[in-house]
Design a protein around this ligand. Structure first.
Ligand code: C5P
Length: 400
């Protein structure tokens, strides 16, 4: 989503400046082109060299410096036109006041005045300053100017006090940034996603599980929610949820997952079954922790087959678009095509888990899309968030 997007990061002078370094790293990782502009005060906290190294381009600091004007006579206008998204982070009370009142007395405020692109403001300051009526009035003005103001978080502040004024955590900052590039094209669509490996209890402390991290399912849920869908996420793992559009239901076993899915399936338009469901569960669960017996070298646990949740639910299909996953270590396409037919689903997202960077417990995936009467299509290796974005884009353009 951020690939090749032109992001200008305005850094003003507060103690939270060091956190802007993490934001630059994340933006660069997401392949955005990042131009950092620092105010004079910001440079007292962190040197422009650090930001330049991370953003891989010189930092702009003032209207009249050789650096700002060498390749362009009017740097602020060029930068303003180049920008797809302007982020002010951290935004001090001072820069907020200047923007709200149209003051342009340095490169940052001058360029912001000339920028038509969307702007996100991340205030960070002492609680008393945050609560000051002048600051609150200026923030309301930014709101009226159609800027997105992200409320600071509460917690431990640099001055040693507890209160409101901290920058949000990096993941939450990135969620807000991603949101500005996503349109609510899935508004009105109800989606159910399953995620994570099921845990089939042996006794109160042990279970049969698998290596699934739940990352793929969670990414699918997060991206769908960011695109405006209402998402029910039936998951065996807890993870930061990015959106109020996600209703998370925590389950452990295949039976629990199936029960919840059966309940919500009729009211959904799409099911993505990303969970790694254990094919078997112990026939009996011990009430107490099983003790080892010194005379016994071999223990046997009798297993009973779990229902194939996907196969069973697809029998109840009315107009839902149903997607399954296939994790294979060999014969990826023939095995996935067999699953598509046997489970009677609309699409299988198949991945070869023996390949580096694909499958369980990693942040990337190489997916081959299998559909009835269509040739398989292999997507390049990409982050699970990008896989999710590509999938929902496909759904939006071809199915919805
Ligand atoms: O049969 P296999 O486990 O390879 O199929 C994978 C797909 O089927 C996944 O979408 C998985 O969530 C689903 N599945 C299921 N119930 C099972 C086993 C797998 O819904 N018992």
């Amino acid at each position: 989503m951020l690939k090749d997007k032109h992001v200008t990061l305005y850094v003003s002078g507060g103690i939270a400046v060091y956190k802007a370094l993490g934001v630059v790293r994340e933006l660069v990782k997401a392949k955005a082109q990042v131009q950092v502009v620092m105010t004079e005060a910001a440079q007292r906290f962190v040197t422009p060299l650090t930001f330049a190294t991370l953003s891989q381009r010189p930092v702009l600091t003032d209207n009249f410096s050789a650096q700002s004007s060498s390749d362009d006579f009017i740097p602020h206008i060029k930068l303003a036109r180049w920008t797809d998204l302007a982020i002010i982070l951290p935004a001090t009370a001072n820069i907020i006041g200047k923007i709200a009142n149209g003051i342009a007395d340095d490169l940052a405020t001058t360029t912001l005045l000339a920028t038509a692109a969307p702007k996100i403001v991340f205030p960070a300051m002492n609680t008393t300053m945050w609560e000051n009526p002048a600051v609150q009035k200026n923030l309301r003005t930014l709101d009226l100017m159609d800027m997105t103001v992200i409320e600071p978080a509460s917690g431990f502040l640099a001055e040693g006090e507890i209160g409101k004024g901290r920058l949000p955590e990096l993941t939450n900052i990135m969620v807000e940034i991603y949101k500005t590039f996503t349109k609510p094209v899935l508004a009105g669509t109800n989606v159910v996603v399953t995620a994570g490996g099921t845990k089939e209890a042996i006794d109160p402390v042990r279970f049969i599980g698998n290596k699934s991290s739940g990352k793929m399912g969670i990414a699918l849920a997060n991206v769908a929610a960011d695109m405006g869908a209402h998402v029910t996420l039936i998951s065996t793992v807890h993870d930061p949820i990015s959106s109020p559009n996600i209703e998370e239901v925590h389950v452990s076993t295949a039976i629990e997952m199936q029960k919840k899915l059966e309940e919500v399936f009729p009211i959904n338009d799409v099911l993505v079954m990303a969970a790694a469901v254990s094919d078997f569960r112990p026939v009996h669960q011990a009430d107490q922790k099983i003790k080892k017996n010194n005379d016994q070298d071999i223990y046997t646990i009798n297993l009973q087959k779990n229902p194939d949740i996907l196969k069973e639910i697809s029998k109840k299909k009315t107009n839902q678009f149903i997607v399954g996953f296939a994790a294979e270590t060999e014969n990826l396409i023939p095995y996935a095509q067999k699953k598509l037919k046997e489970k009677n689903v609309d699409m299988i997202l198949a991945n070869d888990v023996s390949k580096t960077g694909s499958g369980f417990n990693v942040d990337t995936n190489e997916i081959t899309v299998i559909q009835p009467e269509k040739d398989p299509v292999t997507w390049p290796l990409m982050s699970k968030s990008d896989v999710a974005a590509k999938f929902w884009e496909y759904y939006q353009n071809n199915v919805k």
